[in-house]
Design a binder for this molecule. Structure first.
Ligand code: BJW
Ligand code: ZN
Length: 244
């Protein structure tokens, strides 16, 4: 049996599945990954830009990066991997779709109940008051709050910031009962997401990873499907359908 077929059997045999995606799932939509070769902005790395310190130092520069990325995301669309994820979620309702991505492509591809653990690039919140809203416009590199005129910031999670408690609760509830986790297109470097597979494995669950890169640490029953998400996800879903 091929690894792809084995992975499909894991999926149809699982009771609860945690699905986690990262920047790699949107790579084939034309959105650069963070740690890939094109992941720089004006010679700055995400580790520098995605911090509250960078925003305090130079909010205009950081907004410039976000507006550049918002324009890019608006000009692109979900790919075959996002669509396959939606199909899988429809076939297996006991799967929770969690993404580290802020592009909203999973929702655009039809996943209604999406957990965006690092927020959404088209939302902004006030640095002075509780105001938060959608902000699609990319006109201003210093957007202001409608309520108090305070400086707005992207409603995303930066390094050193905590994730939303409700979001973390939903994920940890699923981790406790998940007997399978699908990890698609993430380098597994950034916590807390980097720790999820360790937790699932610790409670006896198995991992299927899809990534063109070499596998991360693997348990003996884990499967690494090496290749691009847009190629492998649809193939995997086809194998799942044969078994349902
Ligand atoms: C393909 C492909 C194709 C290519 N198909 N695949 C414990 C230990 C050590 C450090 C920490 C720790 N706990 C917390 C920390 C600190 C920190 C952290 O993890 N630092 C690490 C660098 C070590 N974490 C935090 O600060 C987090 N907060 C937190 O934990 O709060 C409590 C706390 C605070 C302080 C101390 C301790 C506890 C918050 C993390 C927020 C991350 N934010 C960002 C920006 C979001 C907004 C935005 O987008 O602008 O999130 S950074 C960036 O990295 C973004 C991503 O979601 C995240 C993950 O990146 P991802 O998705 O994995 O992308 P890449 O580029 O790394 O990988 C792409 C992968 O795709 C590669 O593997 C490719 O091979 C693959 N690929 N093409 C499939 N076609
Ligand atoms: Zn305000």
């Amino acid at each position: 049996m091929s690894d792809l077929e084995k992975a499909a059997e894991y999926i149809t045999g699982a009771k609860n599945i945690l699905f986690l995606s990262g920047a790699g799932i949107s790579a084939e939509s034309g959105i650069p990954t963070f740690r890939g070769e094109e992941g720089l902005y004006k010679n700055r790395r995400a580790e520098y830009l995605a911090t509250p310190q960078a925003f305090t130092r130079d909010p205009e520069f950081v907004w410039g990066w976000y507006n550049f990325r918002k324009d890019l995301v608006s000009s692109k669309e979900p790919n075959a991997a996002h669509r396959a994820t939606t199909e899988l979620k429809e076939l297996i309702p006991a799967m929770l779709v969690v993404t580290q991505n802020v592009d909203g492509f999973h929702r655009e591809a039809g996943v209604e109940d999406l957990v965006e653990m690092h927020g959404n690039i088209f939302r902004a919140r006030c640095t002075e008051c509780p105001y938060e809203s959608e902000l699609r416009s990319t006109e201003s590199d210093m957007p202001r709050c409608e309520k108090c005129e305070g400086l707005l910031r992207p409603a995303v999670v930066w390094f050193g910031e905590s994730l939303d408690a409700g979001v973390l609760n939903r994920i940890f509830e699923m981790i406790q009962k998940a007997d399978l986790m699908l990890v698609v297109g993430t380098s597994g470097i950034v916590y807390p997401a980097a720790g999820f597979s360790v937790e699932v494995r610790r409670s006896g669950g198995r991992i299927i990873e899809i990534n063109p890169d070499k596998p991360h640490s693997m348990g003996k029953d884990d499967i690494h499907l090496q290749g691009s998400a847009a190629q492998i996800m649809p193939e995997l879903v086809e194998e799942v359908k044969k078994r349902l």
